[in-house]
Design a protein around this ligand. Structure first.
Ligand code: NAD
Length: 482
């Protein structure tokens, strides 16, 4: 651990406003629980509507000076933040594992992704430029890309540190000031990232964190009349409510929502890669990933053999506390455990017992076994609804057309994976499927540099890559009669 990081996670956190820890205006507090032990990690001040108002007003003031600073200063500050995250990476990874439960090696990767994100957008901050547009003689026309102003960031609990960085880094790079509402289950990583960014030289007021619950702090932020852009990452129903309230203020809104992503395996697939990819797709982070490959579509000719091998892989996964780096950690909370167990019960009613798993570990913590349901019809609830746990449904298909048809047979359109050694087939599938991302022969391919977002009910807008800058800028056209 770096000597710059605190020695241990504090048991008390407040809000982060104007470059420092500030108490909430009320005495209301909430607790963060370690999902591997069910012990309380810390208690945290709860932001009220007044606190959110204060954060937005501070951000507005900070924005006015940030927007007029030379872009190269943004490059320097974001570069310094990336370096500071790396310096404190072991500490931040520990925070992520304590709050969320994921294996520490996975937390380390996510913290590195967060650092890389600031580094990547540091490289873009001084290259955000307009264009000139040819018109008839007598006119000069050009565009200017300007920041939106104050941007609101609603972050979920499943990958809290990286998802914070994912929208905040491009927003700051484009010259905005940010207010973040982290998920109530995982606010500490956000508060620690704000501290790290401030210590690295980010001017006060540009990054504020208002922990609390969605219905209060979240709604106050997304409905605030002085918020100029919203990035919401979370579930479809909440995202829809946020978008509805944003319309009242005509606030630009981007939604990164859920998925029910298919993973399609053809007989000519490289066998081990397809097995690895299928397990990684659904068991990473105990299935609590928006882009989790939660539906396996396997060709009917290889179904039996592939399923046998898949069950062996699932059985080999060891579950235990993320801090000890087991293969799979717990689910994030007691509420979420109940939701996932409820879906497993629904699966039992719809298709019978799972071929493996289905139970909870007999120990403290919210551990659910890797669970696979076979023979799942596409019109069942377990094949249609996002379970967000280590629960895989398996169905078969006969040919390419049916593979695409089944892949598209949900309201979601986040990711689609395919395993085949036929290059033409892989690209035909990529062309035909309705998904924002297509992974060929490796799940979770791509990275900070590749645009990420949803088709259909999986969202509006794109994060990552140069495309994310569009979310945080607006275009001014200037036309002159010369
Ligand atoms: P959620 O919708 O319950 O909560 C997300 C965030 O919204 C939390 O911070 C919550 O406090 C806040 N919130 C709740 N009500 C609100 C309101 N009325 N106004 C404003 N904010 C409000 O989702 P979750 O359970 O925390 O996260 C899991 C979901 O997130 C899954 O559906 C998953 O697929 C999705 N997700 C999507 C992506 C993506 O990139 N597409 C990434 C990660 C997670």
């Amino acid at each position: 651990m770096s000597n710059k990081a605190p020695a241990a996670i504090s048991d008390q956190y407040e809000l982060w406003i104007d470059g420092e820890e500030r108490s909430a205006g009320t005495d209301d507090r909430f607790t963060v629980v370690d999902p591997a032990t069910e012990d309380t990690v810390a208690d945290v001040g709860m932001a009220s509507g007044d606190d959110v108002d204060r954060a937005v007003s501070v951000a507005r003031d900070a924005f006015e000076s940030w927007r007029s600073r030379p872009p190269k200063e943004r490059v320097q500050v974001l570069t310094a933040i990336a370096a500071a995250i790396r310096e404190q990476s072991e500490y931040l990874a520990t925070v992520e594992t304590m709050e969320n439960g994921k294996p520490i090696s996975s937390s380390r990767s996510q913290v590195e992704r967060a650092a890389r994100h600031f580094e990547y957008y540091a490289g873009i901050a001084d290259k955000i430029q307009g264009e000139s547009i040819p018109l008839s003689d007598g006119y000069v026309d050009y565009t200017i890309r300007e920041p939106l102003g104050v941007t609101a960031h609603i972050v979920p609990w499943n990958v809290p540190i990286y998802l914070f960085a994912r929208s905040v880094a491009p927003a700051l790079a484009a010259g905005n000031a940010a207010v973040v509402k982290p998920a109530e289950q995982t606010p500490i990583g956000a508060l620690e990232l704000a501290r790290v960014a401030t210590e690295a030289g980010l001017p006060d007021g540009l990054l504020n964190v208002v922990p609390g619950f969605g219905a209060e702090a979240g709604a106050a932020l997304t409905g605030h009349p002085h918020v100029n852009g919203i990035t919401f990452t979370g579930s479809g129903p909440t995202g829809t409510a946020v978008a509805q309230s944003a319309v009242e203020n005509v606030t630009e809104t981007h939604l990164e929502l859920g998925g029910k992503s298919p993973n399609v395996v053809f007989p000519d697939a490289e066998w081990e890669a397809a097995l690895d990819g299928t397990i990684t797709a659904i068991m990473t982070n105990a299935g609590q990933v928006c882009s989790a490959g939660s539906r396996l579509l396997v060709h009917e000719d290889i179904h039996d053999e592939f399923l046998d091998d898949l069950v062996d892989r699932a059985a080999a996964l060891e579950l235990g506390p993320g801090i000890d780096d087991y293969d799979m950690g717990p689910l994030v909370s007691a509420d979420h455990l109940e939701k996932v167990q409820n879906y497993i019960d629904i699966g039992r009613e719809e298709v019978g017992d799972p071929v493996i798993g289905g139970g909870r570990l007999d120990r403290d913590g919210y551990f659910v076994e890797p669970t696979i349901f076979d023979g799942v019809s596409h019109d069942t609830r377990i094949a249609q609804e996002e379970i967000f746990g280590p629960v895989l449904t398996v169905s078969t298909f006969a040919d390419e057309d049916e593979a695409v048809e089944l892949a598209d047979a949900t309201d979601y359109g986040l990711v689609a994976g395919i395993y085949t050694s036929d290059v033409g087939r892989a690209h035909r599938f990529a062309r035909d499927v309705d998904a924002g991302q297509v992974y060929i022969n490796e799940y979770y391919a791509g990275g900070n540099e590749t645009p990420f977002g949803g088709y259909k009910q999986s969202g509006i807008g794109r994060e990552n890559g140069v495309q994310a800058i569009d979310n945080y800028t607006q275009i001014k056209n200037v036309c002159a009669n010369i």
